[in-house]
Ligand binder design. Structure first.
Ligand code: ADP
Ligand code: MG
Length: 170
């Protein structure tokens, strides 16, 4: 019988297209940092990215009141109209990366814009936590834990390529 997929299942399936393996997470986060004007990016990876990927940048930061929307699907600060599609000068614009990563891992984000307070937020099982005060260090730090813990099919695909990924990520 043909059925419409639930929203949760839809987002996990499309997440698999954006986040094929841990290296894809690193790529998406680095692109976001570069789009944010970062000049320094540090990356910590544990267990080939399955256990932990932590990326910290000194870019423009995400304002506290925009943290929740940054993690929604199709939310972006990079385009606003169809015309903008003809003049894209950023690496990302589809507004899918953070939402995708969030639906297949546990995420914490700490961010501060220039001369503003810092804020942090955690997302577990796709559910956004409260925005809380955090140190006002300009830039963004995103911590991804337990990648693919809730998507066995993605994990299996990745584990089959684990040697290649350990090589790529480390
Ligand atoms: N490291 C970062 N520094 C500043 N802003 C960020 C960072 N990462 C994400 N963002 C903000 O969150 C939004 C959503 O990110 P993402 O899901 O990757 O979509 P996209 O990059 O396609 O816009 C971005 O448009 C940007 O405004
Ligand atoms: Mg992006």
């Amino acid at each position: 019988m043909i059925k419409e997929l639930s929203e949760d299942l839809r987002s996990k399936i499309s997440a698999g297209e954006v986040v094929e393996r841990p290296a894809s997470v690193v790529k998406e986060l680095v692109e976001n940092s570069l789009d944010a004007g970062a000049t320094e990016i540090s990356i910590v990876v544990e267990k080939g990215g399955q256990q932990l990927i932590q990326l910290t940048d000194n870019g423009c930061g995400i304002p506290g009141d925009e943290l929740p929307i940054a993690f929604k699907r199709y939310s972006t600060s990079k385009i606003a109209s169809v015309n903008d599609l003809f003049t894209i000068d950023t690496l990302g614009f589809r507004g899918e990366a953070l939402a995708s990563i969030t639906s297949v891992s546990e995420v914490n984000v700490v961010s501060a814009s220039e001369n503003s307070d810092g804020f942090e937020m955690s997302i577990t099982n796709g559910e956004l936590g409260e925005v809380q005060p955090a140190p006002a260090v300009k830039g963004t730090s995103i911590t991804i834990r337990n990648l693919f813990y809730n998507t066995p099919a993605c994990k299996l695909k990745f584990t089959n390529n684990v040697n290649q990924d350990l090589h790529t990520v480390n």
